[in-house]
Write a protein that binds this ligand. Structure first.
Ligand code: PDD
Length: 290
């Protein structure tokens, strides 16, 4: 079960995964009352580290969970967890819950947050998915009104993702009031009239670190794009589509609700953006950027 996880960090200690246990009264367990991050690490270097840490700290502040570690301490934890032999890429998982307290919906007055972190192998995106693209389905958005927060309360997300898998699809693209928000664990891009469209940041979607980097790269390298509402109908008639996340990177979508996207193959703008992303990633691996 833990074959690739060598050791984990829990509340100030590094231990073997099987030894890392938390109280059944942890509010993360009882209420899903916690915040988390998933951070890829290429060549041992966390990717967009400051952006991830900023998002974690912002989310903790919104939720009134005290910051358990400062940046230097998180960096020590990350460095220790990424100090693993071998060239494989890894990801870091960081989680902070409100801590252990008798079950009560109200925030407890004085509780130490529970801090958990580990690293594991980052599975490369399968070559056939990159060459052929993946299928997705659209589903009604059933989540709450603060999808901009990266909370550990993910029961709706895992349910939606399971429904996609049951339908033979790689992801569920969510639609609220006729408009695309995001995937169950990804952000969404579509190409219409030669322009890349992605929904603007709002409470309806996570400000994905990969999404924001892709927007930044398109800006910097002159790829025509717009952050704009995207209806389900527009998505279904898009020439190209892709999804982004820290673990899937930039992944082409070639079928939506059983219908081909464009020619049914990854398109030229996907290739351009994918190449820009991969080049940026290689610079990070080489220590030229973060
Ligand atoms: N999920 N939207 C949702 C709902 C997500 O859970 C994620 C990431 C994203 C993409 O965000 P980023 O580019 O910062 O990874 C968008 C992570 C990978 C997970 O839960 O495993």
């Amino acid at each position: 079960m833990f074959q690739h996880v060598q050791r984990v960090y829990l509340n100030g200690e590094f231990t073997a995964p099987a030894e890392a246990t938390v109280s059944a009264f942890d509010r993360g367990f009882i209420f899903g009352d916690g915040i988390y991050e998933v951070i890829p690490a290429y060549g041992g270097r966390p990717f967009r580290w400051h952006e991830h840490l900023q998002r974690l700290n912002r989310n903790l502040a919104v939720m009134g969970i005290p910051r358990p570690l400062d940046t230097a301490c998180w960096e020590e934890v990350a460095a220790a967890l990424l100090d693993v032999p071998g060239p494989a890429d890894l990801y870091l998982y960081l989680q902070v819950t409100r801590g252990v307290a008798p079950r009560d919906h109200l925030f407890p007055a004085r509780t130490e947050p529970t801090v958990f972190a580990y690293s594991n192998l980052l599975s490369p995106v399968p070559a056939d998915q990159l060459e052929q693209g993946v299928a997705v389905i659209t589903l009604p958005e059933i989540r709450w009104q603060r999808c901009d927060l990266k909370t550990t309360s993910l029961i709706a997300n895992v349910w939606l993702r399971q429904q996609a898998d049951d339908a033979g699809a790689a992801e569920a693209i969510l639609v609220r009031d006729g408009e695309v928000t995001e995937g169950s664990a990804t952000n969404v891009f579509a190409v219409m009239d030669g322009e890349v469209i992605t929904p603007p940041l709002s409470n309806a979607l996570l400000p994905g670190i990969t999404r924001n980097l892709v927007v930044e790269l398109m800006q910097r390298f002159g790829v025509s794009h717009r952050e704009q509402a995207l209806s389900r109908e527009q998505l279904l008639s898009a020439r190209e589509c892709w999804i982004t996340s820290s673990t899937k990177e930039v992944l082409p979508v070639t079928r939506i609700d059983g219908e081909p996207v464009g020619e049914g193959r990854p398109g030229p703008l996907f290739r351009r953006v994918y190449d820009l992303f991969q080049r940026y990633k290689q610079e990070c691996r080489a220590g030229k950027t973060a």
